[in-house]
Design a protein around this ligand. Structure first.
Ligand code: LLP
Length: 425
């Protein structure tokens, strides 16, 4: 579901023409649909209604203040992975008391910052970290609320770089070691055991892996709750979105015809009945689901060149703006901002960066593009801007938030002086 549609031959974000935005703000340009974000939040919130629950939006997916503010207004909590993200939540008016803090390598400064801000819970990923949090909390004369992150060793069958729930990767604590570690934690005077957490991976497009992981966890969580009187079970994030058929998936009937990869209702159906039996608050940490289909990256064609058998479309966006295709071979649908007719030709869409990896699409059937044409990469709202860099000393793009016909410049395009800020020659 999203609000990007053609009207009169032009692509719109809600009530605003994307071509007009590109004209005014330049390209590359990220554009977000505020209503899409809020509707995703509400749909998931509704699906989880049978449970006492808290949605902690995994802001690593997109931490732009304007989006955080939208979600904070809905009552969302936030899943953080750094002190920088906590700072952003506070700047956006979010409630630290609804924040969880995950990650395998929290520093002393970050732990202190989170304790002072009064976050809801630390998600602890090793015994060493648990001991360290206790030590930092002792010094600050505070009690740190903690949950241990359980690695359920369930294969989420997603991309190898984003699978997290098996013993092959660095996350969490092995399932078998958990009861003893909870027991040892009771000896630490400055931590309090508040919950249990798991996260099995990202871009999971069927309900089965979630259901399997929850099923495996329930007896463990029940036992931990019996022994330690916990408050919550956090089942992580990972709900997948539509990439391949992204534009069409904005039509309400598409979901009925095609069957969604994973609707909030299907997700909830697979886990809620099991979770209800626990009598605990349930936390979820969706990132991509909340913002992925709510954002597009706009770019302009600089040159078209035919060499050998290839038709290269060289655009002004590059892997520094959207690294997912280069990094994960991921697919983003590409559509023109002004609808085209005519036969498609296989095209390689590439950026200006001096690396062959700076390729968005290979042999993609696209209607012929020419210099000055503008295109949109769909489903770019998650892990788009947050993974952007200044590689090749390229300024990072501007970001726009659209709500209805309202346009807000959420972030200015970086200027050349921004690129050398803090440096000494
Ligand atoms: N919770 C934890 C502990 C996580 O590690 C993650 C994502 C999430 C929640 C949110 O997952 P989501 O709901 O967004 O799937 N950059 C990659 C994705 C990396 C995901 C890292 N962890 C990409 O562009 O596909």
């Amino acid at each position: 579901m999203h609000h990007f549609h053609y009207k009169g031959g032009k692509l719109y974000a809600e009530g605003v023409s994307l071509d007009a935005l590109a004209e005014e703000y330049g390209t590359p340009l990220y554009v977000y649909s505020g209503h899409t974000v809020v509707e995703h939040y509400k749909a998931l919130d509704h699906a989880l209604k049978p449970l006492d629950h808290l949605i902690c939006y995994a802001m690593k997916a997109n931490s732009t203040l304007a989006l955080l503010r939208l979600l904070a207004r809905q009552g969302s909590g936030f899943d953080l992975v750094s002190g920088g993200e906590l700072f952003r939540v506070q700047q956006a008016g979010g409630d630290p008391g609804k924040c969880t803090f995950a990650g395998v390598g929290k520093t002393r400064a970050e732990i202190e910052q989170a304790l002072r801000a009064g976050i809801y819970c630390f998600m602890v990923e090793s015994e060493a970290e648990l001991t360290f949090i206790n030590e930092v909390a002792t010094r600050l004369r505070k009690i740190a609320p903690v949950a241990l992150r359980v690695n359920p060793n369930v294969d989420a069958k997603t991309h190898s770089k984003i699978t997290t729930g098996t013993y092959e990767n660095k996350f969490g604590i092995a399932f078998e070691e958990i009861p003893a570690l909870y027991q040892r934690a009771t000896a630490l005077k400055h931590v309090t055991l508040r919950g249990v957490q798991m996260h099995i991976g990202s871009q999971i497009t069927t309900a089965a892996p979630f259901a399997a992981a929850v099923k495996k966890m329930i007896p463990l969580v029940r036992e931990l709750h019996r022994r330690h009187r916990l408050e919550f079970f956090d089942i992580g994030g990972g709900i997948g979105i539509v990439y391949e058929d992204a534009l069409a998936s904005g039509q309400p009937d598409w979901w009925k015809k095609k069957g969604a990869p994973l609707t909030p209702a299907a997700y909830a159906e697979s886990v809620v009945p099991q979770l209800r039996t626990l009598g605990l608050k349930v936390l979820v940490e969706p990132g991509r689901f909340m913002v992925g289909n709510a954002g597009v990256l706009l770019s302009e064609v600089l040159y078209v060149k035919k060499t050998g058998k290839k038709n290269f479309v060289i655009i002004d966006a590059a892997m520094n703006d959207l690294i997912r295709p280069a990094f994960y071979d991921s697919y983003h649908e590409i559509v023109p901002l002004r609808a085209k007719t005519g036969k498609t030709i296989p095209s390689d869409v590439v950026g200006p960066i001096c690396e062959s990896g700076d390729t968005f699409a290979k042999d993609r059937p696209l209607q012929p593009l020419k210099t000055g044409d503008r295109i949109a990469f769909l489903s770019a709202g998650a892990y788009g801007f947050t993974m952007a860099s200044n590689y090749n000393t390229r300024p990072r793009a501007a970001e726009i938030l659209v709500e209805g016909t309202k346009v807000k410049l959420a972030r200015k395009r970086e200027a050349l002086v921004d690129l050398i800020r803090g440096e000494t020659a």
